[in-house]
Design a protein around this ligand. Structure first.
Ligand SMILES: [Zn+2]
Length: 234
């Protein structure tokens, strides 16, 4: 597995965290734009790992060397977990998780690539070997499962959870992963994307954006869907 470690994010706390969870995200931007955001101190966001459409892996915040620093990817977050019948509310996932960003303009609209799944599964195997806390499938969650109340909807409806659990946690079952985006909402977003002439190349799986349409559209679409789907009172 070839991992790029020459690009680092300044956006993390220099503090070893206990690794109890993995949180999956989509970037809502191209690889270049994602790296630009995550290496900009002013953005105050980062993830440990970014996986591009071609499967390339970038380790922006240390976590593959046996210890993990605290990256800033989950924000305000919470999820109910049951262990041996006892239910427990887990909060502040940045304190206890590794964040993996998959490059996708919108994971509720566009599929992930085979190369991304292969790299993601490889990274998860490696992390499981380093951190015993990751031995059970329940601890791999999406941002939408822990921050859906804030309108987060990543990795989204196109992410194949069952496949991840079958490959990375064979015979251990597939925990439910309810998604935040409703079908009707996805249809409206698809209508907007189609009206702008944006298509998916069937052969390569790549999203083709006509000239004149800024790719930052998808960052705006993500922000829009976040506020539309938010159930937070604040
Ligand atoms: Zn996210």
């Amino acid at each position: 597995m070839n991992i790029v470690t020459t690009i680092r994010s300044p956006n993390y706390t220099d503090l070893d965290i206990p690794v109890e969870f993995v949180v999956l995200h989509f970037t809502a931007a191209s690889l270049e734009r994602t790296l630009e955001i995550f290496t900009d101190a002013a953005s105050e966001v980062s993830a440990h790992i970014v996986i591009d459409r071609d499967g390339s892996i970038y380790e922006l915040v240390p976590c593959l060397g046996g210890t993990a620093q605290r990256a800033w990817h989950a924000g305000k977050s919470r999820m109910e977990f049951s262990t041996n019948g006892d239910s427990q509310l887990i909060e502040s996932f940045n304190d206890r998780s590794i964040g993996i960003e998959l490059v996708n303009l919108n994971g509720n609209l566009f599929p992930y690539t085979e190369a991304q799944y292969a790299s993601l599964f490889g990274v998860l195997e490696r992390l499981k070997g380093l951190y015993p806390g990751l031995a059970r499938p329940e601890v791999v969650v999406g941002h939408e499962q822990i921050a859906g109340f804030r309108g987060k909807s990543d990795p989204g409806l196109c992410f194949e959870w069952e496949r991840l659990f079958a490959v990375c946690y064979p015979n251990l079952g597939a925990p439910r992963r309810n998604q935040v985006c409703r079908k009707a909402f996805v249809e409206k977003m698809s209508g907007l994307v189609r009206a702008l002439g944006i298509t998916v190349n069937r052969a390569s799986g790549e999203v083709e954006i006509p000239e004149g349409v800024p790719s930052s559209l998808f960052e705006h679409l993500s922000a829009l869907s976040e506020s539309a789907l938010s159930r937070d009172e604040v």
